[in-house]
Design a protein around this ligand. Structure first.
Ligand SMILES: NC(=O)c1ccc[n+]([C@@H]2O[C@H](COP(=O)([O-])OP(=O)(O)OC[C@H]3O[C@@H](n4cnc5c(N)ncnc54)[C@H](O)[C@@H]3O)[C@@H](O)[C@H]2O)c1
Length: 327
C-alpha cells in the first residue's frame, strides 16, 4: 500500500513507519519537527526510517496546517490510506497553552480529512487517547460516554473523534479511531514518565513525582501499538478501538522499582502535588481490538521497561544532552 504517515518523526509514527516499511509498504512521512520536545530525537527517528528502506520512504518536513503542502502531496501520490499520528500530545502542557492543541489535533486533522475526500482517499487511521475516559469507571470500554474531558488535550482529541465521525457520515470516509493507553519503549517521549524517569535515575537527578505514585497506568509497549495501528488499516466503517497493554495496570511506584532494578541505581524522588488533570487509573478493555483487529499485546511491562533502559544506555551519550524535558 501507499501510505501517508503524519507525525512520522514522533514516537508512535516512527515505529509504525518502521513496521510498515518492513512489511513492504511505501511510506510518505510528514512532520514539522516542532520543539515540544527534542527535535534532534525526532530527526534521529526519521534518519532511522530513511536508512532502513531508502527506496520505500520519502520524508517531507512541513506542517499539517499547510493546505498547499497537503494538496501537493495528495496530487503527487495516490495514497491508499492515511495514518494520522501528527498531534500535540501531553496533558500538562495543554493546560498552559491550549491553542496549539486545537490547531493541530482538530483543525489540521479536519483539513487532512478534507484533502482525503477531495482526492478520494478512503481510509483513515487516527490516534485518540485513553485520556478521554477520565472520570469513567475502569476498565474503560469504547461504549462509555466520554464527554467530560479533564484537559484541553483530552478535549481536543474527543473533538477530533467527533469530527471524524462527521466525515464518515457525510462522505463515507472509513475511519479507525485508536485510543492508545500510555505508550512506552525505546526512543519514547522525553515528556512521559518512562523515559524521563529512566534519564533521571541513570543520572542521579531527582524524579518529579506528582501525588503519591500510586496512580496506575495500562502501559502499552510501542511495538504492540504500532502493530495494532497497522491492523486498523482494514475497512471498518467508523470504529473507536482501545489499544491497551492488556496486563494489570502498573503503578508509577512499581515502574520506578522496575527501572531502578534494570539500571542498578536508586531513584531520588522529589514529591509534587497531584495534578487535577491527571487520572488515578487507566485500564483498557481490549475485547473490541481482539475481535475486530485480531490484536493482542505481547510485551509485559518488565520486559518492555528493560528494553527501554537498554536503549537509553546504548544511546545515552548523545541523548542525554537532548533531554531538556518540558515540565
Ligand atoms: N504516546 C502515548 O502514550 C500516547 C497515548 C495516547 C495517545 N497518543 C496519541 O498518539 C499520537 C502520536 O503520539 P506520540 O506519542 O507519537 O507523540 P509525538 O509528540 O512523539 O509525535 C507527534 C509528532 O507529530 C508532529 N507534529 C505535531 N504537530 C504537527 C503539525 N502541525 N504538522 C506536522 N507534524 C506535527 C510532532 O513534531 C511529532 O513528531 C498522538 O495523536 C497522541 O495524542 C499517544
Amino acid at each position: 500500500m501507499k501510505i501517508l504517515l503524519t507525525g512520522c518523526a514522533g514516537f508512535i509514527g516512527w515505529k509504525t513507519g518502521q513496521l510498515l516499511l518492513e512489511a513492504g509498504h511505501s511510506v510518505t512521512g510528514l512532520d514539522n519537527f516542532n520543539s515540544y520536545y527534542s527535535p534532534a530525537l525526532k530527526r534521529w527517528r526519521v534518519r532511522q526510517l530513511g536508512e532502513s528502506s531508502p527506496g520505500q520512504f520519502r520524508f517531507h518536513e512541513g506542517d499539517l496546517l499547510d493546505e498547499g503542502l497537503l494538496n501537493r502531496l495528495f496530487r503527487e501520490i495516490s495514497f491508499d490510506a492515511v495514518i494520522n499520528l501528527a498531534a500535540r500530545a501531553g496533558v500538562r502542557a495543554s493546560i498552559e497553552q491550549p491553542a496549539p492543541y486545537l490547531e493541530t489535533n482538530l483543525i489540521a486533522a479536519t483539513a487532512l480529512m478534507q484533502a482525503m475526500v477531495r482526492h478520494k482517499v478512503g481510509k483513515l487511521v487516527t490516534a485518540s487517547t485513553s485520556a478521554v475516559y477520565a472520570g469513567q469507571k475502569a476498565p474503560f470500554t469504547e461504549a462509555q460516554p466520554v464527554d467530560r474531558p479533564l484537559s484541553p488535550y483530552a478535549a481536543s482529541k474527543k473533538a477530533a473523534e467527533v469530527m471524524a465521525y462527521t466525515f464518515h457520515h457525510l462522505y463515507g470516509l472509513d475511519v479507525s479511531v485508536l485510543r492508545y493507553f500510555t505508550v512506552y519503549g525505546p526512543a519514547g517521549r522525553p515528556d512521559m514518565s518512562p523515559l524521563k524517569f529512566t534519564h533521571c535515575i541513570a543520572r542521579g537527578l531527582p524524579i518529579p513525582l506528582f501525588g503519591d505514585g500510586e496512580q496506575r497506568r495500562d502501559f502499552t509497549y510501542i511495538d504492540d501499538i504500532a502493530r495494532g495501528t497497522i491492523a486498523a488499516l482494514k475497512p471498518l466503517g467508523y470504529e473507536i478501538i482501545n489499544l491497551g497493554g492488556g496486563n494489570e495496570p502498573v503503578s508509577i511506584n512499581r515502574m520506578i522499582a522496575i527501572l531502578e532494578e534494570s539500571l542498578q541505581r536508586k531513584a531520588v524522588i522529589e514529591r509534587q502535588p497531584f495534578n487535577p488533570a491527571d487520572m488515578t487509573l487507566t485500564a483498557a478493555d481490549i475485547e473490541k481490538a481482539r475481535l475486530l483487529l485480531g490484536w493482542n499485546p505481547r510485551t509485559a511491562p518488565e520486559e518492555g521497561f528493560r528494553r527501554l533502559t537498554s536503549w537509553y544506555q546504548a544511546e545515552a551519550p548523545w541523548l542525554a544532552n537532548e533531554l531538556s524535558l518540558p515540565e
